[in-house]
Design a protein around this ligand. Structure first.
Ligand code: TXA
Ligand code: MG
Length: 312
């Protein structure tokens, strides 16, 4: 299959309408989308990404009214979080309508819904005329793409179209909150922080702090990993500089590395991380040293992604 590149959200939406799969930018990372109600199109996403069939997809919408096409019911907490944070980097998991095909939700009776905040995503989703299910547009297990070039690297010849936008602003995936229970459970941390969620619904919990909770299916899979080894730096004395090593962090580092990225703040670190991983793989780097950050604000999500990459 030839993968068409376009800067036109209307042209990209034509492929969705015809049952194709399209990569598009959001404020978090690039997604790989299909019409949620077209089972054959949704199946193509799993194939193109080599994604395990038990990992559910997030439905992306342009307008809050589209929630009624997807959700059977909304808890009070879901309603409040939607009002507070849509559009934005938040996914709410709610009970799904029967007409939402099970292939999209990996057999679950719930669906994650998100309304991206970026202008181009909004235009594309509006033109598509339907909610669009989309995982991140990387090959399964690879770092999520934050540029259209990174999408092309993984997906050239595997998908119908790439909507070319700028590098994504946030750079790590949305906060995923399960709103189906008595209180919201944050399944995946992201740019909307636990403090922000609790300011709206004080009873919200982080999944890590709850014993015996069923995890989000996606979290058991290998994630966000470059080919290089990722090391979270616990002892700066043990950083081994060299032409097969790279370093990313807030503080500068001594020694010669093949690649170094010193970020001015946590937001920059988060937005640079995945592209840095990919740049390291292109250079054949063996070890990527990542400086740990305080687990506060977006630092929670950043440390979560670095730890998962290090484990991968
Ligand atoms: O920022 C994002 O969320 C990006 C952009 C493209 O919107 N999307 C993204 O999708 O990161 P993906 O598929 O790579 O990650 C979705 C995560 C997975 O961990 C998945 O298991 C979880 O959300 N998830 C999706 N639907 C769920 C559901 N119904 N119940 C529990 N977890 C769900
Ligand atoms: Mg992903």
């Amino acid at each position: 299959m030839k993968t068409v590149l376009t800067t036109s959200p209307d042209e990209a939406a034509e492929y969705i309408k015809r049952g194709g799969i399209v990569a598009f930018p959001t404020e978090t990372v690039y997604g790989l989308g299909a019409n949620v109600f077209d089972e054959d199109a949704v199946a193509k996403i799993f194939k193109a990404k080599q994604r395990p069939a038990d990992n559910p997809l997030i439905a992306h919408i342009a307008r809050v009214e589209q929630i009624t096409e997807l959700a059977a019911e909304l808890t009070e907490a879901a309603g409040k979080l939607i009002e507070a944070f849509f559009p934005g980097p938040l996914t709410v998991v709610v009970k799904k309508k029967d007409k939402v095909p099970l292939i999209a939700t990996a057999g679950l009776d719930t669906i994650g819904i998100r309304m991206p905040g970026s202008e181009l995503a909004h235009h594309f989703l509006t033109a598509s005329g339907t909610p669009v299910v989309a995982p991140s547009a990387n090959l399964s297990g690879r770092p999520s793409p934050t540029t259209w070039q990174a999408v092309l690297e993984d997906m050239d010849g595997r998908i119908d179209c790439i909507l070319q936008g700028d590098a994504t602003q946030i750079g790590i995936e949305s906060t995923v909150v399960d709103c189906t229970g008595d209180y919201p459970v944050i399944l995946r941390s992201g740019a909307i922080t636990i403090q922000q969620i609790r300011s709206i619904v004080p009873a919200a919990h982080l999944i890590e702090t709850l014993p015996e909770q069923p995890r989000s299916p996606g979290l058991k899979h290998r994630h966000y990993s470059p080919r290089a080894n990722v090391e979270l730096v616990t002892d700066r004395e043990r950083i081994a500089a060299g032409d097969k090593s790279a370093y990313i962090g807030l503080r500068s580092v001594s020694g010669l590395f093949a690649l170094v990225r010193i970020c001015t703040d946590l937001d920059e670190y988060a937005s640079a991380l995945y592209e840095f991983f990919r740049a390291c793989d292109r250079r054949g780097i063996e070890t990527i040293y990542c400086e740990p950050v305080a687990e506060d604000g977006i630092g929670v999500a950043l440390m979560d992604r670095i730890r998962r990459s290090a484990a991968g």
